[in-house]
Design a binder for this molecule. Sequence first.
Ligand code: SF4
Length: 256
Amino acid sequence: MRPLRRQMHIVFQDPYSSLNPRMTVGEIVGGPLVHHRIGSRRDARKRVAEMLERVGLRADLQDRYPHSLSGGQRQRIAIARALVLGPTLLVADEPISALDASVQASMLNLLVDLQREMQFACLFITHDLSAAQFLADRIAVMYLGQIVETGTREAIFAAPRHPYTQSLLSAVLIPDPVIQRQRGRFVLTGDPPSPLAPPAGCRFHTRCPIAVERCRTEPPELLEPAGGTHFARCHLVGPNGEPPLLPGLAEPAGVA
Ligand code: SF4
């Protein structure tokens, strides 16, 4: 697994608990180089300094400890640590949710710039729809541990097919009150069941307002009836990918 692990790194949600407070910034960012026995100690310091500058920090932060840094700076250090080996895959697990709103946008821009420069694939996990819309080429929507819809960003935001995706997007407010009134709104009720004992049939049927008898017994497959790249897990998607309509919505609740 060691050569494979070199190719995959992760940035965790909380920059306050994902950095060891007893290690200096240099030791944290250089940790993967030491672990994979890459270069000498002097090379590691140079590489760490380059990496810090690449994520928008001063190279002389190397000798500081995480407690003296802000949340945004800590998350940049976590990103530097994840990218110091030049991985091909970065998993970013809600990397902006613990940060102030003022820092979130700069962190998203940083990720986009780094991805363009370093050419890695990024699996960005988020609850923030606007972050997904800003960053993603492809989106997979999950409910209760299962992908219920996947497609390009444009397809998901303009014409969502699964009722869960539609309910998520209908909750996004549109700044124009006329359009907002016209499109209607669907509010999902109830709480998600326990993922340890998911419901039989479609996992969403306990909250789906248009569930039919078949939904309670037969699990839907992730299908693309139109033969394209937009897949949804719902029995009621039409033969050409037509989405089912939720009550209260004038049309499937896209926001694009
Ligand atoms: S399969 Fe049935 S319960 Fe599941 S999302 Fe579609 S309509 Fe709703």
